[in-house]
Ligand binder design. Sequence first.
Ligand code: SAM
Ligand code: SF4
Length: 449
Amino acid sequence: MKIFLETFGCQMNEYDSELIRSILRSHQHTFVEQLDQAEVALLNTCAIRENAHERIYHRLDDLKGRKRRQKNLVVGVLGCMAQNLRQELAEHAPIVDIVAGPDSYKRLPLLIDAASGKGAKGFDFSLSEYETYSDIAPQRQPGVNAWIAIMRGCDNFCTFCVVPYTRGRERSREPQNIVAEAHRIAAEGFKQVTLLGQNVNSYRYEQSDFADLMESVAEVFGIRRVRFTSPHPKDFPRKLLHTMAANPKLCKHIHLPLQSGSDSVLDRMNRTYTRQEFLDLVDEIRAIIPEVSLTTDVICGFCGETDADFEETLGVMQRVEFDSAFMFKYSPRKQTIAERKFADDVPEEVKTQRLMRLIDVQREISKKRNAVEVGNVYEVLVEEPSKKNSDEWLGRTDQNKGVVFFDDAAKPGDFVQVRINAAGTNTLRGAVERNGWRRLPVQTECCVS
Ligand code: SAM
Ligand code: SF4
């Protein structure tokens, strides 16, 4: 059948869509770019905040009209929202024929057959303790970066977070299997691998920990950069920091989610670290990897957050000076501990004001941190034409900073030396430096004086 697949949410969902493509192609289904060419419309969904749900319901409203015109169109809701709102979707969205959670993708061919052949609805939202999809080779779109999920699920139960309920228990994939996937990726021409997990520092498979895995992936010929997201600030493995410092292929960027700078909020969030422990970890990271860039996630307006708690969060942001941050208003999620036990008592307008302040403070910090890059030369991995001006390229430094530059000889996947000559809040601008640099044909570039 002709399938239209739309992905919402995080990188893990993008990766899952690559798995879904592979599973369905192996059952002779094909994929179309336009919804109006499709016999099956699949939405791979996110449940992390309420606005994610709203986007999907909005999309389902569009599909309702389309289904009136195309009676045999099969509509499926997959992924985290499917898992989280399975009952609601089954009962209140009559146009939905298939509901399948993140551990049920291998059953999709059967569910599609049932829904398209007999008009039967197909629901499967069982969560598995073992499913890692390690036997499926994801079908990636060509590009520069490839994601690899090294683990699935999460056992941390941060009280605000729906992930343990939508993605189930934490399980790690065999390292040999991950390294084999990295070899395939390199053979397909990808230059960078990003290892994905909800809490990568608890990755463990028999004797291998996350630092061992990073080193094994970095050894893969053809892979020039290895990144990861996200580690949890609790029990951050020091061995990982030393491994990152010593290995030039391991990118010097850590996304370290803070969530809040107030001990009482962190405690209610069940983050299991204190403000001081977070600050000490940041100092240690910077001592071991001085050139590291740090980014973070912050939530404002969590249950019981006072003005003083919020000021503490701002204080940590000003003290740490993250290079950039994702900032969110707290959004209660069904089933979570916070939704069941705490009152969502920060008024919406206060949440909004706090979010605006966070954004303003972080904007100034990002500007300041980017300004000091002017004059520096970085090796930049060319990704794609710049969105604002397609004559220019967007690339990234090892520290994951976006750099816009002009180079008529470059193409995606190339590494070029760029001298930074201007800095904004979100991106740097630069000019290619070729003096003294020679491009070598194979894997490495080297400096020849
Ligand atoms: N595993 C990662 C970690 O431990 O930080 C985070 C994964 S979550 C997909 C991404 C971010 O969404 C979180 O770091 C948090 O800041 C935000 N988030 C999660 N639940 C939220 C909620 N209920 N309301 C607002 N933001 C939320
Ligand atoms: Fe959610 Fe916490 Fe797990 Fe991250 S570590 S996915 S925030 S429960």
